[in-house]
Structures are given as structure tokens and as C-alpha cells.
Design a protein. Structure first.
Length: 256
């Protein structure tokens, strides 16, 4: 029986070339990636009695305070993509949050997208993002970390989802709506309402407050008179005034 050495050679060469292409394809894709770091800063003048509302579910948030009648928002952004155009498009979207401003209210909503869709293939992970204006872009990585600086005395409402948040001592009226993230907060003597869902919270002190808690672990050092509505949670309070409790399947510990 004769062996077709020519056919075997061609087949071996085909396998060799195919293997090289499979190895080089992801390397070529990686070599074309573009990355960029940028700090986006926005400033807003407000009045002494202007209420501030901030809605965010894009990245982590640290709230800081100062004694100016201004609000400053810094976004620290890192992005990686195949196309430089996609990077500029996402940076432009982050730089232009939805803002509603009047003499009595400043509302900032950082949401810039309608949906995310992530796929994993031989070149790694790629996320397709549909922006609020309908534009679609593809990114390899995206990290956004916000720092919001506000006057401590102004009324403040925060809606934060999915990423961790730090809130300092605030003397004005405070409303917190926290969903699926970790909260660390300072002294909030005029907290009016705090909603926690699928969260973890460590709070130094609150005044007379309404607490709505669901499937959350909360540590609270000190509280005034509190109306607590809770389900499926673990709540540790070191010191509190009058307590109104409406709880279901909870673990509530009160030291004094």
C-alpha cells in the first residue's frame, strides 16, 4: 500500500497554519486595544436652601463636604476598547449626566445607558452598551468611581444601587435609598428616611428616623426615636430612643 506523502504534507501544513492563526488572532486583537484614564469634573452653583438629589447605579460613590454653596462631581474613569471612537463616546456620555436644576432643587442622574450585554469569546470579554440616545458601543473594560462634594447643611437625597457608597456627617435633612450595595455613613442627626434593600450598612448615628429594611445586615451605633419596618434582616443597634417595630423573620439586637 502506498502512502500519499504529498497529501500528508499538505494536511500537516494546513494544521500548522491553522494553529498559528488561532494563536495569533487573540494576540493581534489584544495588540489593537485602546485604554484611557480620565477624570471628569462638573461644578454646579446652588443656593443656601437648594435641595440636592443624586441618583447613581453606575459606579462606587464617596460623598464629601465643604462650606461652599456649590456641588462638585468628579468621575474617575478607566476604559478599554477595541475602537478609540467607542472610548470617546462613553467618556462623552459620562461627562453629560442628566441634570435638572432650579433655585430650589439640583437633581443629578448619572445613568448613561439603557442596557448592557456581555459576551465571552477567544479574545476575552466584550460588553455591548446601548446608551440612552440609542448609540451602541463595545467595551472590554469600564470602571467609574464618583466623588460628590456638597454642603453638609443642605437637604440631600441619595439613590445608590449596585456599587458601594460612603456618606460623611451631614447636618441637613437626609433621605437614603440604598439597593444591593454596602453603605458606610457617619452622623446623620436629621435623617428623615433610610431605605435599605439587599444591602449592608454601618451607620454611626441617626436622629428621629423612619427605617425600611429588607434582606439587609445593619449596624447602627446610636439612634433617636425610630420607626423600623423590616423583613429577613439582621439589625444591631447599640443605643436608641423610642422604637416602633414592625418586623418579620428578623434578628434585632438592641443593647440599650
Amino acid at each position: 500500500m502506498k502512502t500519499n506523502h504529498k497529501m500528508n504534507y499538505r494536511f500537516t501544513k494546513f494544521i500548522y497554519v491553522l494553529t498559528i492563526l488561532m494563536v495569533l488572532t487573540p494576540l493581534s486583537a489584544i495588540s489593537q486595544e485602546v485604554t484611557k484614564d480620565k477624570i471628569v469634573t462638573l461644578n454646579f452653583d446652588i443656593g443656601e436652601n437648594t435641595a440636592i438629589e443624586f441618583e447613581n447605579k453606575v459606579g462606587s460613590l464617596v460623598v464629601e463636604t465643604w462650606d461652599q454653596n456649590k456641588v462638585k462631581l468628579d468621575a474617575v474613569v478607566y476604559v478599554k476598547a477595541q475602537e478609540a471612537e467607542d472610548i470617546e463616546t462613553i467618556l462623552n456620555a459620562i461627562s453629560n449626566p442628566e441634570v435638572k436644576k432650579s433655585s430650589t432643587l439640583l437633581n443629578i442622574n448619572t445613568k448613561f445607558y439603557e442596557n448592557f450585554m456581555t459576551k465571552v469569546n477567544i479574545t476575552g470579554q466584550k460588553t455591548t452598551i446601548t446608551l440612552t440616545d440609542g448609540t451602541k458601543i463595545k467595551l472590554k473594560e469600564l470602571s467609574v468611581n464618583y466623588v460628590l462634594t456638597i454642603p453638609a447643611k443642605n437637604e440631600f437625597k441619595l439613590v445608590q444601587k449596585y456599587e458601594d457608597v460612603v456618606v460623611p456627617d451631614l447636618s441637613g435633612k437626609v433621605i437614603l435609598e440604598i439597593y444591593s450595595c454596602d453603605l458606610k455613613a457617619g452622623n446623620l442627626p436629621n435623617a428623615y428616611r433610610i431605605n435599605l434593600k439587599y444591602a449592608s450598612a454601618d451607620i454611626k448615628s441617626i436622629g428621629d428616623t423612619k427605617l425600611e429594611v429588607y434582606d439587609t445586615k445593619m449596624d447602627l451605633a446610636s439612634a433617636g426615636s425610630v420607626d423600623l419596618y423590616s423583613k429577613y434582616s439582621e439589625i444591631n443597634i447599640e443605643k436608641a430612643g423610642n422604637l416602633g417595630l414592625e418586623i418579620y423573620d428578623d434578628k434585632v439586637y438592641i443593647d440599650e
